[in-house]
Write a protein that binds this ligand. Structure first.
Ligand code: ATP
Ligand code: MN
Length: 429
């Protein structure tokens, strides 16, 4: 059985008239008109019409089910069909794989399926051009992120996902049996990336992390992809600038490289401009007070507060200088106002995309903060010892890639932009 193609469909065109090619792909449509049959054949690069004639070939494709895989050899010719500029006149057709009928979902999206049915047949859902476009864009976003962060002098690293102690407190850690020991799945690379600034100064990681939270929202998954950076000799405002430049670069890159995919999604990119607005926590609670949502300094912002702030600031904006007591133990205070922290969230309207800040690098202060938060410094021994080996001042952030993708593609549910999402209910496929 021949299985190799000479061309991807996307590389063909009417200028190749007369050239003999072998293409392979999935049958999207089959119209049988007596002496001729027409197949719409799609591969990952494009779509073509195949003209089938002659008794042997017609018999081959008779009643061929949609999404079956075929290899077609024939000559390129101009097409009179409305949707095609060229077609292939089949000389030889090989059926490589037959799809069942009916399929669990209509991959063309003519019959709309609910998200659960589509996720249950995710591989097939990717034959839907809208879905495929989301993941082509995601690939481009990742390419751009790697390039931009690397160009800023950061080194890509991989930290462990199986960890031996509950870092950062750990109410929402998944635990697992690790032979005869207890282990956990990492919820973030926080402690490792801080330690690595001692050895490598500027590092970043793009990876899955795990949160055992029973959140049933369109923005929470139990397994999500995070982009993390950490840099020595930078303050929190420096890493905020890197983050906003990165976001702008991602939109530019997608605009330049994914025009077809953006069109498939039926959207227009909403390109942001740097600098993003900076709103301090104090300003935010004043704004909320004026809107009839009074808060005292130190109160956390609940969903309702973030929704209201999102109405006032609908695009990208930084929410900065949070009360220190609302922030994790490793966050640095403001030197001139120590109940306030050097911290920020990047918001898109109500949605939090990233959290970051300046970190403490004085182990005495870190231990005091751990105790304040009811954590046991002994549990952090392995982490804290690095702070006696010449730990530089450092800052960083973690950016939720899935949430960024949702904003970019203007899709509400993060499940749409993750191939096989995991949430409290979904563990398969
Ligand atoms: P939230 O308050 O929205 O639950 P968080 O403050 O707990 O988020 P961080 O620990 O600050 O999250 O993580 C950094 C970023 O990682 C978040 O801003 C978000 O974009 C992303 N993120 C965190 N948890 C999840 C999750 N469960 N699913 C998807 N993305 C997440
Ligand atoms: Mn956060």
């Amino acid at each position: 059985m021949d299985i190799k193609k000479t061309h991807d469909i996307g590389t063909l065109g009417p200028a190749m008239k007369g050239q003999k090619v072998t293409v392979g792909g999935w049958v999207e449509d089959l119209r049988e008109l007596g002496k001729l049959s027409f197949i719409t054949l799609r591969d990952v690069t494009g779509v073509s019409q195949i003209v089938v004639a002659g008794p042997e070939n017609l018999l081959q494709v008779k009643d061929l089910s949609k999404q079956s895989v075929v290899l077609v050899t024939g000559a390129v010719q101009e097409s009179k069909a409305r949707d095609f500029t060229f077609e292939i006149k089949a000389e030889k057709i090989e059926i490589l794989s037959r799809a069942i009928h009916p399929l669990p979902i209509d991959p063309l999206g003519r019959l709309e399926s609910g998200i659960d049915n589509r996720l249950n047949a995710r591989a097939l859902d990717l034959r839907n051009q809208k879905t495929a476009s989301i993941f082509k864009i995601r690939h481009n976003v990742l390419l751009c992120i790697r390039k931009v962060i690397s160009d800023n002098g950061f080194l890509e690293v991989n930290t462990p996902k199986i960890i031996g102690s509950a870092s950062e407190g750990g109410a929402n850690l998944f635990s697992l049996k690790y032979f005869d020991k207890q282990a956990y799945l990492a919820q973030s690379p926080q402690l490792y990336k801080e330690q690595l600034t001692l050895g490598l100064e500027r590092i970043f990681e793009i990876s899955s992390f795990y949160r055992a939270e029973k959140s049933h929202t369109v923005r929470h998954l139990t397994e999500f992809t995070s982009v993390d950076i950490e840099s020595a000799f930078m303050d929190y405002t420096d890493v905020m600038e890197i983050l906003e430049k990165l976001i702008v670069a991602v939109f530019d890159h997608v605009e330049k490289n994914c025009a077809e995919d953006i069109k498939n999604l039926g959207i227009e990119l909403k390109k942001p401009q740097a600098p993003f607005e900076r709103v301090t926590y104090k300003q935010a609670i004043e704004e909320l007070g004026k809107q009839g949502l009074p808060l005292a300094f130190g109160d956390d912002l609940l969903d309702s507060h973030l929704r209201k702030l999102g109405e006032i600031h609908p695009g990208f904006y930084f929410l900065t200088d949070w009360p220190l007591k609302l922030k994790p133990f490793y966050i640095h205070e403001k030197e001139d106002d120590p109940i306030v922290s050097k911290s920020f969230d990047l918001q898109y309207g109500y949605l939090e995309l990233s959290s970051g800040g300046r970190r403490l690098h004085d182990p005495v202060k870190i231990k005091a903060r751990l105790v304040e938060q009811g954590l046991d410094p002994m549990q952090f021994e392995d982490h804290l010892k690095a702070f006696d080996w010449g730990m530089p001042p450092h800052s960083g952030w973690g950016l939720g890639l899935d949430r960024l993708m949702a904003v970019l593609t203007q899709i509400d549910n993060v499940r749409e932009v993750v191939l096989y999402p995991r949430d409290p209910e979904r563990l398969f496929p």
